[in-house]
Design a binder for this molecule. Structure first.
Ligand code: KMH
Ligand code: ZN
Length: 286
């Protein structure tokens, strides 16, 4: 089995703000500190969204200058693979500008970006409304921009049909194999977070593709454990879960990283550092 890649989704993304937990990072400096703590605890990838520095909500407006500042701060302090969201960055930005914002994100010089593989009803309340819009033409264009810029997509798959869309990208020559898939087990409107759904999904992808799992709330740690056992990689962090155990808020993303790292150690699964993660995913350091 490959060493375990732990992704830390530290910012809370677009669903988690200071209303939910006082520990969510809001300012650039807070985001950078959470990244450093998470890397020290075992994360080799960090997934970034831009945040409103007062409220911890999604940044409304052009997220790219904020992301640039976060990246600069992270690069000054720690080596880690940076994965920039393309699913976020829509609050306050009409659909006509999304393409330009994604193109500009490809030029931030980072190694990975999320690529959401289909339209889905929102699984929780969201400021942009009820639908998370990711049409096939959007996916194809954005994958093309990433390919041009040498950025590796993390294909975010929320249900089984989206696996077919991944295969179509390969057939059309838009995505280069081996793909890296993130099974985003949000429940409600997408995959239920259970082992049967995961096993079925694994049967649909070639063995050479790499894959990871994230799940929300109390399902995060059990589904990450299921992934670890089957040779997959994991993602934890405030974007998906703010509790370290029932009724107790995690004080830092690093607590969640440490929790899965400890489980990996108990399972005798070594943890990948950033350079091992780059080898596993075929990344070129920026
Ligand atoms: N918020 C997660 C459930 C993205 O940022 O593009 C999925 C995600 C997607 O992280
Ligand atoms: Zn995200």
């Amino acid at each position: 089995m490959e060493n375990l890649i732990i992704t830390a989704a530290v910012t809370g993304g677009e669903y988690v703000s200071s209303r939910d937990t006082p520990y969510v990072p809001k300012t650039v400096e807070e985001v950078v500190s959470e990244v450093v703590r998470s890397v020290e605890a075992g994360a080799s990838i960090v997934h970034l969204h831009a945040k409103n520095p007062e409220t911890g909500e999604a940044y409304s407006g052009d997220p790219n200058p904020v992301l640039r500042e976060c990246i600069k701060g992270i690069r000054a302090r720690v080596d880690v693979v940076i994965n920039v969201t393309t699913g976020g960055g829509r609050v306050g930005n009409p659909p006509e500008v999304w393409d330009r914002l994604v193109r500009e994100k490809c030029l931030l010089g980072e190694e990975m970006m999320s690529l959401n593989m289909g339209t889905i009803n929102r699984w929780a309340e969201h400021p942009t409304g009820e639908v998370f819009l990711n049409t096939v033409p959007m996916i194809e264009r954005w994958c093309g921009y990433m390919k041009e810029a040498g950025v590796k997509p993390e294909h975010e798959v929320y249900d089984t049909g989206m696996i077919n869309t991944c295969h179509r990208l390969v057939e059309k020559g838009i995505a280069l194999e081996p793909l890296h898939i993130q099974f985003v087990m949000v429940g409600r409107t997408g995959f239920l977070p259970n082992i049967k759904a995961l096993s079925y999904s694994l049967d649909q992808i070639p063995p050479a593709w790499t894959w990871s799992v994230c799940a929300l709330g109390r399902n995060e740690i059990p589904m990450c454990t299921a992934a670890m056992i089957q040779g997959g990689h994991v993602r934890v962090g405030f974007e998906d879960n703010i509790f370290i155990r029932k009724g107790e808020l995690a004080k830092s993303n690093a607590d969640l990283v440490r929790k899965v790292a400890n489980i990996a150690r108990e399972l005798d699964r070594p943890i990948a550092d950033p350079s091992e993660a780059r080898k596993i995913l075929g990344l070129k350091k920026p």
